[in-house]
Design a binder for this molecule. Structure first.
Ligand SMILES: Nc1ncnc2c1ncn2[C@@H]1O[C@H](COP(=O)(O)OP(=O)(O)OP(=O)(O)O)[C@@H](O)[C@H]1O
Ligand SMILES: [Mg+2]
Length: 284
């Protein structure tokens, strides 16, 4: 859809066993990376006008329908991340959330960026948005920021540390970890011990931070399957009228090592679905 068109509603529904009917304050930024080197990450300025024009949540469009929808969408994720809803389960890092889907174009990046913006702008918590779609990185493009190094460089180059690749933004509590430079063994690296170490580092170093991984289509790329081994929660985007039950079931089977999978019904067309703004609820 064109960037001037208002965003279509994104609603949530429950997963597997059911049919998938589915302030900007530029200065005085707090230190983000308490890395032992004491280095500070580079600060970039998000293109809020472009986000707003694309119908996404930005510092200039906090009171829109899409902002309201993501208030509903983030609530159970934040509750689970805080441990309040599942105090006995601590074998997974619940603050690590992957956004995935079955196919390209379902709205993973749209949802991951909106989720990150919603949490960061409303100051619920500090957010790190990681572009883990190494085959087709798009987080920096959507945010309108420039970056060279990123996740893949961090896990492939021992001389780099988090502060070299993590970007602070003009939104106080939002940091972005870009995908990084193309690497022929990107998928292998993601499946390596180094990735596991990165995940553990992030979880231990930033226990109060929500880390959102924008990932790739599960039916086309192995990254979601790999990340599902580590993350504590998954937001699985189902594209209304496009994602088939077979595709959704097949993709869910790839990421089912994570037991907290929430389906998000995206691109619901107004007029076709009576409850296009309805909150369908989460389950696991
Ligand atoms: N709810 C929505 N309302 C309006 N536009 C949307 C919505 N969801 C997604 N889009 C648009 O649809 C297009 C595809 O979305 P997006 O890039 O998020 O998909 P993706 O699942 O990340 O795809 P890929 O796997 O190729 O990275 C983008 O132009 C995005 O802005
Ligand atoms: Mg994407």
């Amino acid at each position: 859809m064109s960037s001037a068109t208002p965003a279509m509603p994104a609603s949530t529904l429950s997963p597997q066993e059911k049919a998938p009917a589915p302030k900007v304050t530029p200065q005085a930024l707090p230190p983000v990376s308490p890395h032992s080197t004491g280095k500070r990450s580079r600060t970039v300025v998000v293109n809020h006008d472009a986000l707003a024009a694309a119908g996404m949540i930005s510092a200039k469009s906090e009171n829109t329908a899409i902002a309201e929808e993501f208030r509903f969408i983030k609530r159970p994720l934040l509750l689970k991340a805080s441990g309040e809803s599942d105090p006995d389960s601590n074998n997974r890092h619940r603050n690590l959330i992957m956004v995935c889907s079955s196919r390209s174009g379902d709205g993973k990046t749209f949802s991951a960026v909106n989720l990150a913006m919603s949490i960061a702008l409303e100051r619920d918590l500090t957010v790190m948005l990681v572009d883990a779609d190494l085959a087709k990185p798009s987080v920096t493009g959507v945010l309108g920021i420039e970056a060279d190094l990123g996740l893949i460089d961090l896990i492939s180059d021992d001389t780099l540390d988090m502060s070299d690749v993590l970007l602070r933004t003009d939104i106080d509590n939002l940091t972005v970890l870009p995908a990084g430079r193309p690497h022929p063994l990107a998928t292998e690296l993601l499946a390596s011990d180094k990735m596991e170490k990165f995940i553990d580092d992030v979880a231990v170093r930033y226990p109060d931070r929500i880390v959102i991984f924008d990932s790739a289509p599960a039916l086309m790329n192995s990254i979601p399957g790999v990340l599902s081994l580590y993350v504590g929660q998954i937001v699985f985007v189902v594209q209304a009228d496009k994602s088939t039950q077979e595709q959704v079931n097949a993709a869910l089977g790839i990421v089912d090592s994570c037991d907290d999978i929430y389906l998000l019904l995206n691109k619901v067309r107004k007029g076709k679905h009576q409850k296009d703004n309805a909150y369908y609820g989460y389950s696991n």
